[in-house]
Design a binder for this molecule. Sequence first.
Ligand code: ACO
Length: 378
Amino acid sequence: MVACEYRPGLEGIPAAQSSVSFVDGQVGRLEYRGIPIQELAEKSTFLETSYLLIWGKLPTAEELRDFCYEIQYHRRVKYRIRDMMKCFPESGHPMDALQASAAALGLFYSRRALDDPAYIRAAVVRLLAKIPTMVAAFQLIRKGNDPVTPKDDLDYAANFLYMLSEREPDPVAAHIFDTCLTLHAEHTMNASTFSARVTASTLTDPYAIVASAVGTLAGPLHGGANEEVIEMLEEIGSVEKVRPFVDACLARKAKIPGFGHRVYKVKDPRATILQKLAEDLFARFGSDMYYDIALELEQIVSQELGPKGIYPNVDFYSGLVYRRLGIPNDLFTPVFAIARVAGWLAHWKEQLEANRIYRPTQVYAGYHDQAYVPIEAR
Ligand code: ACO
């Protein structure tokens, strides 16, 4: 076998041939199935975009109506899953609760009939429908309340906000939240999508695939960064303290959450849209002191690290939007997961269309022919 160079983090190594999405990190371009993200954010909805990602084309009016109806119909989760969630410790992280709950769905629905389009469709619908319900259910359960039943006359985004707060959301806020979901729905071969594709390649069920991807998304270098951004803004506390904070991070070579990206060497286009959404929310519902801190931070970090291609990524402004929408900090990453389920499912389908199990190699750096030393001689 030909020896090949080891690249930490598989940087620059294609892990799949895909037509789901495209990124040009030098100019900040992102497309889902060839459509620029700016167009989708402005004109589409999260469920229409999910259909586009998963089935590879924009739905007709009838296809979209049927898809939305099926998802609405399947929003509830079985009482046994709710009872299982009641046994989770309320101090546990909601991403861990989501990972366990997503895996538990497989106990009820796993048939692994991967060559049956009806099974694929039902799994797509169930996962898109039930993940938000499970995120909201854990939030209410850990506060000591019963989960709220989904409300049929509310659309996808509005229903999630309703299930979280037990109040019907302002329509503009719900629309902005829906756009956030569209922005987070897919992003080429990131860590959680890679994880989803590796898991999919074993021909396991889609619930295991989503559980695997949720676990990968949870880390602070990936989806978990949005929560860390708000914690950082809270820790900084005032605009005057931004400069000393950045200097201290640079001095100890600490990574600043919400900045930097393996692919983007300019400001992430999603960060630009999210910043505008944050401003729209502040104009309607009042400003947020942390926004001024964020602006100062962006300016100073871009000045200091811009020459290295480090600018705000998707996680930098999303937390400010979610905060204004009343979503608790530790639900930011589960909200990211709600959206990214669409991308993971699109990659699941694509993987199945030309599957070969992932089995990379390694560069062995250990010893050979070592003697076994008896325990009493060690
Ligand atoms: N703050 C300060 N310096 C940074 C940052 C940052 N946020 N990100 C990268 N750098 C520096 C590194 O220190 C390194 O400098 P060096 O060459 O002098 O050693 C250089 O930029 C390259 O950084 P790597 O860590 O090698 O870049 P990599 O591509 O492996 O990592 C990542 C990308 C994980 C996103 C990184 O930028 C990071 O940790 N950012 C903070 C966490 C974050 O916001 N994650 C969310 C990413 S978006 C998403 O996953 C949804």
